[in-house]
Design a protein around this ligand. Structure first.
Ligand code: NIG
Ligand code: FE
Length: 412
């Protein structure tokens, strides 16, 4: 085995380095590397630079010579999904388009609870298999790191089953799966007690098990009418914080309140934000909470997009994720959705790419990915084109032709 692998020449490498974590970014700030090569050692990037210079310096490297025109981005990161589930909510989609709202369907007994019923019918192995199939779909679309939430179990045992399924799937899938416990998705309809009692049970019984079995270090909650209120969630997040979990919040999807919870509890991200007003935007922008837009939920529900332009102009950090789930966001094509958000919200291509690379990595507290730079994991997403602007211009129809994960070619 040779010590190094050299891939190239790429027509352009878009390293996403030297760019800020927060605030607006112009396309002129994006330093594109022409005629570049990427040198890999094991699973890590050793060097990035002019291909000919790298070739002469590392002449005994294993050479993967690219013939043609290729553009290389960092492996894409989808930092918010719910791809571990059973069933389908195609009938909810039809009902919504015929005039019922998401909250009306939920109040009449459908919605999330319907997916809970279908998910509980599956074994851990069956759920792991479904998660693997969906993660492979994302891999073909350039995603090398994928967050996956529980939240369709809604009891100690059923949430454990989901998180064990995600852990098992992670041992098999090429993309890294980052799990999150979303036991606070709604009060389960079969729980005989108050919302406070349910949350107390989860935090006292499930949280220690999550740590014992190393199932996740992230806790999420849905702050909304029909889910949990600011005051109900406060002791839950305090417990999570005390135990050292990272916190993330489903915030301001239909009504406001969640982003304030995210800021007060020092969450790593506040996700959705479709209903955020200037007040919430200002609050988020002056905090360290990363705002996460989920254009797939706007498209699935036919709702407004997250005010991404305003968030960036106020100085906030913006990640973009697919929210792939059976209810509000069944599509599951991050690149297409991010491109559409860019067109509707007037985001620069660099802001969109930042949202699905290094800013998404920051939302998962991962410092080893999201950029093409020495020391970063060799996670690469390659397109057959001679202009990186073609990628978003094609709004998802230009697919990656090669994907590398930890220095290994996993899709071509
Ligand atoms: O992020 N908003 C709450 N949770 C999910 C939807 C889950 C579902 O409807 O099954 C979301 O949109
Ligand atoms: Fe979600």
């Amino acid at each position: 085995m040779k010590k190094y692998t050299l891939i190239g020449p790429f027509f352009q490498v878009v390293p996403m380095t030297g760019l800020p974590l927060k605030g607006a970014i112009s396309d002129t700030q994006n330093q594109i590397l022409p005629e570049a090569g990427i040198l890999i050692k094991n699973d890590t990037i050793e060097a990035v630079g002019n291909f000919t210079e790298l070739l002469s310096k590392y002449e005994d490297a294993h050479l993967i010579k690219l013939n043609g025109q290729y553009v290389c981005l960092p492996g894409l990161i989808d930092a918010h999904t719910h791809i571990c589930y059973g069933g389908s909510r195609a009938n909810d989609y039809a009902m919504r388009n015929a005039g019922k709202t998401y909250l009306e369907i939920s109040k009449s007994g459908g919605g999330i609870w319907d997916t809970v019923t279908e998910t509980r019918k599956l074994s851990m192995e069956e759920l792991a298999q479904k998660t693997i199939e969906r993660a492979n779909h994302h891999l073909k679309n350039g995603i090398t790191t994928l967050e996956v939430k529980s939240g369709y179990g809604l009891s100690v045992e059923e949430e454990l089953k989901m998180l064990r399924a995600i852990k098992k799937a992670n041992t098999i899938t090429a993309p890294d799966l980052v799990s999150t416990c979303l036991a606070a998705h709604m009060v389960p309809k079969d729980y005989h007690g108050t919302a406070e009692a349910y949350l107390n049970k989860i935090s006292t019984v499930l949280f220690p098990k999550l740590q014992e079995e190393n199932l996740t270090n992230r806790i999420d909650a849905f702050i909304e009418e029909n889910a949990f209120s600011k005051s109900q969630i406060a002791p839950y997040f305090e417990k999570a914080h005390d135990l050292g979990f990272d916190i993330t919040v489903h915030a301001d999807q239909f009504s406001t309140g969640g982003s304030e919870v995210a800021v007060n509890h020092e969450a790593i991200s506040a996700d959705h934000l479709e209903a955020s007003t200037d007040k919430e935007i200002a609050l988020l922008a002056k905090s360290n909470v990363i705002a996460m837009a989920l254009p797939g939920a706007s498209l699935g529900l036919g709702c407004a997009f997250t005010p991404a332009r305003k968030i960036l102009d106020a100085g906030g950090s913006l990640a973009i994720a697919s929210d792939h789930n059976p209810g509000s966001a069944p599509m599951g094509y991050l690149l297409a959705q991010a491109a559409m958000l860019g067109a509707f919200q007037k985001l620069t291509n660099t802001e969109v790419l930042a949202g699905i690379t290094y800013r998404a990595a920051a939302a998962l507290n991962l410092k080893d990915r999201g950029k093409i730079n020495t020391g970063m994991l060799a996670d690469l997403c390659v397109f057959n084109t001679n202009n990186y602007n073609e990628i978003l211009y094609n709004q998802g129809s230009l697919k990656p032709c090669m994907v590398w994960k930890n220095g290994t070619l996993v899709f071509d």
